[in-house]
Write a protein that binds this ligand. Structure first.
Ligand code: ZN
Length: 355
């Protein structure tokens, strides 16, 4: 037996328990089995090939119900390989429920890892690559949607709006005398849905509600701090990160389910359904504290804001009775780390914030 593509093996005809010597070879997609000088031919794809296990004999079933048994696993595998029959391994694997479970487990693990580490890392990286012009367009589009869904025109007098805007502008200019602060534009809106609130969109669109202006009427510095927090989200591109993440997730879902069509269309709505991570909130708080400090205002002015917004949120939540806590998760909110955030602003020191 020098020809590796021929194998002497044992055959059972399926009727009698008598083992018969046979010779096997593969020829043009057919298994050729020779017994007593007679050839039998079977299409390779109709053979249920032996599962590839590490030990034990190899047993393959033929379409006519007969059987090949080969005691030497290594010899069998070598013959299969020499005959160019690699698919048998795959077919064997697919027939094995253990292998199927392993494959499913590996897929789940891969997706979990992609979800936990891959998606956040990739979205942060991509969010930093988005050109300013696209960022501005996304912000504009998001602004239009949110305006339609949640916002009404402000009832604040124009002079009042202008005074608050000027105050914030001055603080930014003091903190960033070289003009290196991110671009921003502030608009005032009334909002039944959001109540006392503020949020920022990509491209520097910052919105503050009349309700929040009233809540902090005697605390204009705290109001500046809230706007600085929102500018922090703009600076770190957190809104963009959310958008990119949502498109990655739906792309991932699209790959898994085989349909990725139209996932981009839902991107602006993301801002209404996703919320910033705690890390993102901390980064925006740190940005706000630094900006306040560098503009000559103590970051502790923010304590009043957090205390009031929490008082405001509690009864509102009970009133709404089972409805969602906030209609807009990216909007500012005192929870979940209310006490921690108060402590952060109260105890903030310029030295400790600089690496
Ligand atoms: Zn925030």
């Amino acid at each position: 037996m020098t020809d590796a593509t021929r194998l002497v093996s044992t055959w059972f005809d399926g009727h009698s328990p008598r083992a018969q010597a046979c010779e096997l070879r593969i020829e043009r997609g057919e298994l050729v089995l020779t017994v007593d000088g007679h050839e039998r031919r079977y299409p390779v794809r109709q053979v249920r090939w032996a599962e590839r296990r590490s030990h034990g004999q190899r047993q393959s079933e033929l379409p006519d119900g007969s059987l090949i048994q080969h005691a030497e696993a290594g010899e069998w595998d070598a013959w299969r390989q020499a005959s160019g029959q690699r698919d048998g391994v795959v077919v064997g694997w697919m027939q094995s429920w253990r292998a199927t479970l392993v494959a499913m487990g590996a897929t789940v693990l891969f997706l979990a890892a992609a979800w936990t580490w891959g998606v956040p890392w990739l979205s942060q990286t991509l969010a930093q690559q988005v050109p300013r012009s696209l960022e501005a367009r996304l912000g504009e589009q998001g602004m239009r949607q949110l305006d339609r869904l949640f916002l009404q025109p402000s009832a604040l007098p124009a002079q009042h709006q202008e005074a608050l805007r000027a105050r914030f502008k001055l603080a930014v200019e003091r903190a960033y005398p070289q003009g290196e602060a991110p671009a921003w534009q502030l608009s005032f809106h009334r909002s039944k849905a959001l109540g006392a609130n503020a949020f920022a969109l990509p491209g520097g669109y910052i919105v503050i509600t009349d309700e929040l202006v009233k809540l902090l009427a005697d605390q204009p510095d705290a109001l500046t701090g809230v706007l600085a927090h929102e500018l922090g989200h703009v600076h770190h591109r957190h809104g963009l990160d959310l958008m990119v993440r949502a498109s990655l997730v739906s792309a991932l879902v699209g790959v898994v389910l085989g349909d990725a069509s139209g996932f981009l269309a839902t991107v602006p709505a993301t801002l209404a359904t996703q919320s910033y991570s705690r890390d993102a909130e901390r980064a925006a708080d740190a940005f706000a504290a630094r900006l306040l400090d560098q503009s000559g205002v103590s970051p502790s002015v923010m304590v009043a804001f957090f205390e009031r917004i929490q008082r405001e949120e509690k009864p509102a939540r009970q009133d709404r009775d089972g409805e969602e806590d906030s209609a807009l998760p990216i909007a500012i909110s005192s929870h979940p780390d209310h006490a921690e955030r108060i402590r952060f602003f109260r105890e903030w020191k310029a030295e400790s914030a600089r690496p």
